[in-house]
Design a protein around this ligand. Structure first.
Ligand code: LLP
Length: 433
């Protein structure tokens, strides 16, 4: 569910007409719905109410300060993966005790910062990393909590680039390595190994891979308990899928009702790390048609946004719905026959929706049926709230777009559009003489 819908054939975000927002802030433009972001967070919180988990929003999915600050203010913690995200978490006012930090390659500087702050967990992904953390903590004369990231070796049915819980992926350690670390935890004098962590992948629409992974870890926790190895936390990661096309993902409630019985058995505090579930459908990317181009039987619609702004179609072949901001018929009309007749009267065409970048992978859709378009029309690329702006770049020296947050009938600029000056801000012109 989200707050983007047609009212009298115009696309609205909450109570504002998207076209008005696009005209005011110019395109290409990211637009988010405040209510949708919060609704999704609260839905998850409610579904898991009986165990009151710490819900750590995954900053990588959308790292805009206004968004993470809103979630933090409503009680969320944050899942970070770099010194930069740790910096943002603090800027957003997140208490360190609500920050968890995962990454297979944390640098000494990043580890030092996390230890000094006293974050809730460093999620450890290898033995050498654990040794390094212990060494650094010793130098700083501090203790730090760590969780071992386990690779449970399950195969979620998702894109191979976003699968993380198979043993062939680089993430985490297997059960035996984790067991050996835990049995020898006394050898790491400045770390408290108090948690286990998993994250099996992203955009997972079924609950079975989660259940399989959680069940494997639960068995492992039992084994540890018998050996009097005590833990306090179990972090089950993120990965909940959303609707992009025709998926029917589990709802927060379905997911919770399936996994809660197993989680309760562990008697541990639970951490969740959702990203996409909270922001994915809360954001759209609005572009404007620059040109229409026919080449043989192909029709290209060239828009002012590109793969540098939203790379998911180019990188994963990801599907994003594309909607015109002005619709020509009311499919929600009570009179279905009338609606169908009108729709049939509308001329549609099959388009490749592409950006201006010099790469053939610069597309948002291929062969997509859309109403006949003309120059100047606006299009909304849906489901762009997660891994949209956060994966954007300046490729082709394009300026990264602005971001706007809609709250009821108000629009707030939450990130300015870049300027040419931003492009060269860090460059030094050297006179090689
Ligand atoms: N926790 C960890 C350790 C993660 O690596 C991730 C995502 C998450 C949580 C949040 O996952 P989510 O709930 O958003 O699925 N760029 C890709 C997705 C990469 C996901 C990376 N890790 C995409 O656009 O589909």
């Amino acid at each position: 569910m989200h707050e983007f819908r047609y009212i009298r054939n115009e696309l609205y975000c909450e109570n504002l007409k998207v076209e008005d927002i696009a005209r005011k802030f110019d395109t290409p433009l990211y637009i988010y719905s405040y209510k949708t972001i919060l609704d999704h967070f609260l839905k998850l919180k409610k579904a898991f109410r009986s165990i009151a988990p710490l819900i750590c929003f995954s900053v990588k999915s959308n790292s805009n300060l206004s968004i993470i600050r809103t979630l933090v203010r409503h009680g969320a913690g944050l899942d970070v993966v770099s010194g930069g995200e740790l910096f943002l978490a603090l800027k957003a006012g997140c208490p360190p005790r609500r920050i968890v930090y995962a990454s297979v390659g944390k640098t000494a500087r990043e580890i030092r910062k996390a230890i000094r702050l006293g974050i809730l967990f460093l999620n450890v992904e290898s033995l050498p990393e654990l040794q390094n953390i212990d060494r650094i903590a010793k130098i700083l004369n501090k203790r730090i909590r760590v969780a071992i990231r386990i690779n449970p070796d399950v195969s979620p049915e998702t894109h191979r680039f976003i699968t993380t819980g198979k043993i062939t992926n680089k993430f985490g350690v297997d059960f035996e390595v984790a067991y050996n670390i835990l049995r020898h935890s006394h050898e790491f004098s400045n770390v408290d190994i108090l948690g286990l962590h998993i994250h099996i992948g992203s955009q997972i629409t079924e609950s079975s891979p989660f259940i399989k992974a959680i069940a494997r870890v639960t068995q492992f926790i039992e084994r540890l308990r018998k050996e009097k190895i005590r833990l306090e936390y179990f972090n089950i990661g993120g990965g909940l899928g959303i609707v992009y096309d025709k998926e029917t993902p589990q709802t927060a409630f379905d997911f919770a009702s399936r996994v809660l019985p197993i989680l309760k058995k562990t008697k541990l505090r639970i951490i969740l790390e959702p990203g996409r579930f909270i922001v994915g459908n809360a954001g759209i990317f609005v572009v404007r048609v620059l040109y229409l181009k026919h080449a043989g039987r192909k029709k290209f619609v060239i828009v002012d946004g590109a793969m540098n702004d939203l790379i998911r179609p180019a990188l994963y072949g990801a599907y994003h719905d594309i909607l015109p901001l002005k619709r020509q018929w009311d499919s929600g009309s009570d009179n279905m026959t009338e609606a169908r007749n009108r729709r049939e009267a509308i001329r549609v065409a099959r388009y490749d929706v592409v950006g201006p970048i010099c790469e053939s992978s610069d597309f948002f859709a291929k062969g997509r049926v859309l109403p006949m378009l003309k120059q100047g029309d606006y299009l909304a690329i849906m489901g762009a709230g997660a891994y949209g702006f956060s994966m954007s770049s300046n490729y082709n020296s394009r300026l990264r777009p602005a971001e706007v947050m809609i709250m009821k009938n108000r629009a707030f600029l939450i990130r300015k559009r870049e300027t040419y000056r931003d492009l060269i801000r860090n460059e030094l012109i050297v006179d090689y003489k």
